[in-house]
Design a protein around this ligand. Structure first.
Ligand SMILES: [Zn+2]
Length: 244
């Protein structure tokens, strides 16, 4: 008999594989792993439920180079996310970054818990775009390319009405703005800082609503930042833009 191990994870993607099987990509507390789900494409397969992503599962798999998913128990189905087209698109943008960056993040457990909280928020909220902002902004810290937001990049004074400079990767105070042009004004920068610094445990629907009510969009700032500091441009978000 093959050796087995029990794990928990979030099944992020599911692709056709040989002979009616599916290849699952699962985010676990140890990072990303692939597992084959046999027979999942057969009509009446009881395994089909694991392929309607995302699903949080406790599962058993073989210990081998390419593991086989032998059985599982669904602990969260993210049903609201799946029924909402806009949330589903945002989910794809989130997964794209999880797949791109998880390997480079040292603390895999922290990454797992972070993603789990983000997907739970996305599932429950009426303000999915704000959850995307939260995810993308907080991920910068985990990847190790966090912007400097505590004090002015130039003079190191901390003040409340700083603007944001993309080229300098942080905030610029009022006095330094004369010499160093900013890309985003004090108001946008302030809300950006809220999103960066708030603890995920403290994020509730009220907070997401407040951010939504500012009517500020962080899409351009975030996308430009990822492009400039880690040379990443989102294919999914490009598709979303062309659809809209
Ligand atoms: Zn300054």
């Amino acid at each position: 008999m093959k050796e087995l191990t029990k794990k928990k994870g979030i099944i992020l993607t599911s692709k056709d594989y040989k002979e009616n099987a599916r290849l699952l990509t699962i985010l676990t507390e140890d990072g990303l792993e692939n597992a084959i789900l046999r027979g999942a494409n057969k009509i009446n397969s009881k395994n089909k439920k694991f392929t309607i992503i995302p699903v949080e599962v406790e599962y058993v798999r073989t210990i081998s180079t390419l593991a086989t998913f032998t059985e599982g128990y669904i602990t969260n189905n993210f049903i609201n996310l799946k029924l909402d087209q806009n949330k589903s698109l945002i989910y794809l943008a989130i997964v794209e970054k999880i797949l791109a960056f998880t390997d480079s993040i040292d603390d895999k457990l922290q990454m797992y818990e972070f993603v789990n909280k983000i997907l739970t928020l996305l599932d429950q909220t009426k303000y999915p775009i704000v959850v995307l902002y939260l995810f993308e902004i907080k991920l910068l810290y985990l990847i190790g390319i966090a912007p400097i937001l505590n004090s002015c990049v130039i003079c190191h004074n901390s003040s409340d009405d700083c603007g944001f400079s993309l080229s300098l990767g942080g905030i610029i105070c009022n006095s330094c703005m004369i010499k160093y042009p900013i890309d985003y004004d004090a108001n946008t920068t302030k809300v950006f800082k809220y999103l960066y610094f708030i603890k995920l445990d403290k994020v509730d629907e009220k907070f997401l609503e407040l951010i939504d009510q500012t009517k500020l969009s962080f899409t351009k700032l975030i996308d430009s930042y990822y492009e400039k500091y880690i040379d990443f441009s989102s294919k999914v978000k490009k598709v979303i833009r062309s659809v809209n």
